[in-house]
Design a protein around this ligand. Structure first.
Ligand SMILES: [Zn+2]
Length: 486
């Protein structure tokens, strides 16, 4: 009897805990905050999807909302019950116009890899906490080889509820495969890049939010006997810590027991360390932003500031979003961009899609139309801007195709003009020299066969003088070292 009693007592405690973790939450707008209150909220690790000059949009439990009210803050509900909001979105889906489920997505990736075997490879890059495959589809010519082409990582679904972020990589894959062989630009991207898509970084959370009709952000890590979850976008290992993140397992921004404690973040880490991505996008929702690192604190000096801001603005032109530094939204430690950029020197961006967590399924196509061109721009530019970052080692420049090398010289020349840090100038300068030599060699090959297209293409760019000088040097060198007779 005594033992039964203890079991009952334990069960009761766990139940109470489970209720607390699954407590319905609201999305609210907080206004009338003092500057100090605002800063405190942003640093404390609340889930803050939108920040404006006068308001914060924050996810709160009823008790938290009450606490704010009692201190005189104005709390206006935007979405009263987030679980019901999730259920509502699911109910309004029509056959054929609906969000991917994990099952359909897994099937689709397999179908694509079978129907396009010469340009795709499907990999499972790890298993989630609950044992689901974390899928990565590589799209490139000779997908079985590491051809040392500029590489890009396109991911979604880090946060469970942000289903629209899963749709963007899927839409980009569909367009690449459809356009390969017919669309010149897309064909070139597949041939000259190695593109890795991870549409669902957090499959357990994704499945949970869809099948249980739950508003849920984290993975499904069991903590203290129940699935409280870890915020994967606070679990990456560069400046992992407590700013904009929480050490409390019940918090929506719980950062886990240590950097990379989660199998889902480990999977991304291992892939990135192996593939050396020049560029990446992680899709989240919401706010219509293109964010660039660093995000862990305000005003962190960033040697690639010019490159990151330029590329962010270029992408924002495609989707009409606002480009901004991640910490200027609010500082948060342990996100994927800071690690990808800080550790791997990947030009890493986060897109905050749309104006709500889960737009109606009828909007998916329009949001994809808006954002997929920006994805292709990143994939293209990771071969040119990426050459001047430390991951863009000399191999990339030496193997670049003509178009990539020429674009990189043009981009690099303009970056050099806006760069004042001596080490960055040296890095860009050495990349430019390697690229100039590569271009000169490609032109020389063409001229030897009496083809002048590449020379003409160079003459048409602002980089003409630099490359032609390099070409003249190479020709003079060749002449000086070519035996001309006895
Ligand atoms: Zn998110």
């Amino acid at each position: 009897m005594k033992r039964v009693g203890i079991v009952f007592l334990l069960a009761g405690l766990l139940m109470a805990g489970a209720v607390a973790a699954d407590e319905p939450k609201s999305l609210v707008r907080l206004t009338g905050l003092s500057a100090a209150q605002r800063q405190a909220i942003l640093r404390q690790g609340y889930d803050v999807p939108r920040v404006t000059r006068t308001a914060l949009e924050v996810v709160l439990t009823p008790a938290e909302a009450e606490r704010f009210r009692s201190t005189g803050v104005k709390v206006s509900p935007i979405i009263e019950d987030l679980d019901r909001y999730v259920a509502r979105v699911l109910k309004t889906q029509k056959n054929g116009i609906e969000y991917y489920t994990y099952e359909r997505l897994s099937e689709q990736l397999k179908t694509w890899s079978e129907s396009h075997p010469t340009i795709t490879r499907l990999h499972s890059i790890g298993k989630s906490c609950e044992g689901r495959d974390i899928w990565a589809l590589k799209v490139s010519d000779h997908p079985e080889l590491d051809e040392k082409e500029p590489a890009a990582l396109i991911m979604g679904g880090t946060h469970a509820r942000e289903w629209i972020g899963v749709e963007m990589p899927m839409a980009a894959i569909a367009r690449l495969l459809e356009g390969y062989g017919t669309d010149a630009t897309l064909t070139r991207l597949v041939d000259e890049r190695e593109i890795w898509f991870v549409p669902v970084v957090n499959p357990d959370g994704f499945v949970y939010s869809q099948t249980k009709q739950k508003y849920w952000r984290k993975n499904r890590r069991t903590v203290d006997g129940r699935p409280q979850g870890v915020d994967l976008n606070r679990n990456f290992g560069y400046k992992w810590g407590n700013t904009g993140a929480s050490n409390s397992p019940s918090s929506d921004t719980y950062h886990g027991t240590g950097p990379f404690s989660e199998p889902e973040t480990q999977a991304i880490r291992d892939l990135a360390e192996r593939e050396h991505f020049q560029g990446s996008i992680s899709f989240h929702s919401y706010s219509e932003l293109v964010l660039h690192p660093f995000g862990y604190d305000y005003n962190v000096p960033c040697p690639d500031e010019k490159t990151l801001t330029t590329l962010a603005r270029e992408m924002a032109k495609f989707n009409g979003y606002t480009a901004q530094n991640s910490a200027d939204l609010y500082p948060a430690m342990g996100d994927s961009d800071d690690w990808l950029y800080g550790q791997c020197k990947t030009l890493a961006f986060t897109f905050e899609l749309a104006t709500t967590f889960i737009p109606a399924a009828s909007q998916i196509a329009a949001i994809a139309d808006q954002n997929v061109p920006a994805v292709f721009h990143l994939i293209d530019k990771c071969g040119t801007y990426g050459v001047t970052t430390p991951t863009g080692d000399a191999t990339l420049a030496r193997h670049a195709d003509f178009r990539t090398a020429l674009d990189a010289v043009v981009d690099g020349t303009s970056l050099l003009q806006g760069t004042t840090a001596p080490d960055r100038q040296a890095k860009i300068g050495s990349a430019l020299r390697a690229l100039g030599i590569r271009l000169a060699d490609l032109v020389a090959d063409d001229l030897a066969q009496d083809r002048h297209e590449s020379e003409d293409a160079i003459r048409a760019t602002p980089a003409a003088a630099f490359v032609l000088e390099m070409l003249a040097d190479r020709q003079a060198f060749e002449r000086a070292h070519t035996p001309t007779g006895r």
